[in-house]
Design a protein around this ligand. Structure first.
Ligand code: ADP
Length: 556
């Protein structure tokens, strides 16, 4: 069975020959149809796609040779087989000069003509393959998007014998814009933005269906409203698709070329459009890849900068650790603050947590499958965990540095006043009012002033953290028996019994960025200064921290 995709047109005024050929070729599996004159043949070829024409040289009206000339002008790729009588050998030679493929003499047998048809088809296939090969070679010669658009327009005009062509693509707003046009006025090209369904391009995009226009724009209502193209005689509008989705439109126009496009051209345009779609998709992918590559390079630069932040935090962390080891040794040697020894070993454990997060996240970042955003997020985690680890160490260092035995007699009112003056204004800016009430007389205590200051500052900060929005903190000093009492009362969230029980546990915190070290260290400090620290708290009402220190009697 013959590939029925090939169509044959029989042109003969003799009814017998016509019918014999038509039915005989159909039986052999060809798509065969017939007309009686050269004029009819030309009209038919304009409208429909044929690979082969079997032409009688002797025809009424224009003869077979004239018809051949016209057909070759319209469709040079059509192979023509001429039918000659005994007396028309000369005419057969003329037709061969005019590019007929072959000729057969009457009387014709089907077998004889099928042999010629098969050879002609073979040549036709070969020519199509060569043409397609040439076209695809040209189309796939570049991957650069803009260069490709230019090649497409040039080739379209050549392949489809037209004097204008354009490619429209969808922009981000899902509107068709003119990516390239051979002859359209630049301003009009720039301003044209068509929604799906709008004008002929939108119509084709909406239905994913090609359209052919013949005999001028007025002939087809769908072509109304085209700007700068009022003189189009014939046009092809073909969708460009990927996975059955329209991503653009190819338009081909004949303006000064008088012949209309025919179904054969439309068929060719469809094949051409599928090649164009493939090439544009490749180029687009390449463009996206280039964009992603550039973005990746930019992000890696940023990441490198981030890297620098992480590195410097690591270096600082290492330095702080060394300092810590040194002070730990000093502490242990002096035998003072033994409780801190336990704290330090707890701290080693606690600092290990952020370090585990850091090393885990860093390892995760080394995996190739992560997106740039994921890598950036990981670096963010690393940076904040480094900061947290460093804060823990800093905090501990500040408290654990040896006091060098700097116990001295101070008026606790003055110590508190100096601390409050530091924070009062800042607290009030956030709506927290600080009230102060001091015992009249100087309240002398023998303490390590720096440590006591740190401790009170920590308690004030905790009180403020417990207040969301507006609130009050009242600090008061008084004497009860032989003890100086400092109370810090806040109108904050208060604490549940569960929190109260864990309050002095090193690293216990309910805050996002807390270290959980403030109170455990405060407790060590207060013990070191022969005092006590207590809390009273009512959930939802507030908390009061009470510090007791031995009152020193002024020497007479
Ligand atoms: P951190 O400052 O990291 O939270 P602290 O040792 O200072 O560590 O405090 C431990 C926890 O005790 C806090 O996270 C908080 O839950 C609770 N806390 C301390 N002071 C108060 C307060 N005045 N009001 C309510 N809760 C408090």
């Amino acid at each position: 069975m013959v590939d029925s995709k090939f169509a044959i047109l029989i042109v003969d005024d003799e009814q017998d020959t016509r019918e014999m050929l038509t039915s005989g070729l159909r039986r052999k599996g060809y798509m065969a149809s017939s007309v009686v004159s050269g004029e009819e043949a030309i009209e038919e070829i304009k409208k429909n796609k044929y690979e082969i024409v079997i032409l009688d040289i002797k025809l009424p009206g224009i003869d077979g040779i004239q018809a051949l000339e016209e057909i070759k002008k319209l469709k040079p790729e059509i192979e023509a087989i001429m039918i000659t009588g005994y007396s028309s050998i000369e005419a057969a030679i003329v037709s061969m000069k005019k590019n007929a493929y072959d000729y057969v003499e009457k009387p014709i047998s089907i077998d004889k003509i099928v042999l010629i048809i098969e050879k002609a088809l073979e040549k036709h296939r070969l020519m199509e393959t060569v043409a397609l090969y040439e076209i695809s070679k040209a189309i796939f010669s570049t991957i650069e998007f803009d260069e490709l658009l230019q090649i497409i327009v040039d080739l379209t005009m050549k392949v489809l014998r037209s004097d204008d062509a354009a490619v429209m693509l969808f922009n981000e707003e899902k509107k068709l814009y003119i990516a390239i046009s051979y002859a359209l006025d630049e301003q009009i090209a720039k301003e044209t933005k068509l929604a799906v369904g709008e004008r002929i391009a939108g119509w084709v995009a909406e239905r994913c269906q090609p359209v052919i226009l013949i005999n001028g724009l007025k002939n087809d209502i769908r072509f109304q409203g085209i700007q700068g193209r009022e003189n189009i005689k014939s046009a092809l509008v073909v969708p460009l698709t990927k996975n059955n989705q329209v991503f653009g439109i190819l338009t081909v126009n004949r303006i000064s070329i008088v012949d209309n496009f025919n179904n054969g051209d439309l068929y060719k345009a469809n094949i051409f459009a599928s090649l164009v779609s493939l090439a544009l998709d490749n180029a687009n992918l390449y463009k996206e890849l280039q964009k992603a590559k550039n973005q990746f390079i930019r992000s890696s630069e940023e990441l490198k900068n981030n890297d620098a932040v992480v590195m410097s935090t690591f270096v600082e962390l290492k330095k702080t650790n060394e300092e810590l080891q040194f002070s730990q040794k000093q502490l242990m040697q002096s035998g003072k603050l033994a409780a801190l020894g336990r704290l330090v070993s707890d701290m080693a454990h606690e600092v290990n947590n952020p370090l585990m997060v850091i090393s885990g996240t860093a390892q995760l970042s080394l995996m190739e499958s992560l997106t740039v955003k994921e890598i950036r997020d990981n670096f963010q985690t690393i940076v904040s965990e480094c900061v947290r680890a460093k804060e823990i160490i800093d905090r501990l260092l500040r408290f654990s540095l040896p006091s060098k035995g700097e116990f001295k007699e101070v008026d606790i009112n003055n110590v508190i006043k100096s601390i409050v003056s530091l924070v009062k204004h800042q607290f009030e800016l956030t709506g927290v009012v600080v009230g102060e009430r001091y015992a009249d007389n100087p309240l002398l205590v023998l303490v390590d002033e720096k440590q006591i200051q740190e401790m009170i500052l920590n308690l004030l900060n905790n009180a403020k953290d417990a207040i969301s929005g507006k609130g009050t903190i009242s600090i008061a000093t008084y004497v009860k028996e032989n003890l100086v009492r400092i109370s810090i009362e806040d109108s904050g969230s208060g604490m549940s019994d569960e929190v109260l029980n864990k309050l002095f546990n090193p690293f216990f915190t309910t805050k996002d960025k807390g270290t959980g070290l403030g109170l455990s260290i405060s407790q060590s400090i207060i013990k070191n200064n022969s005092g006590q620290l207590h809390f009273q708290s009512v959930p939802g009402v507030g908390t009061t921290a009470i510090i007791s220190l031995p009152l020193r009697k002024r020497q007479a």
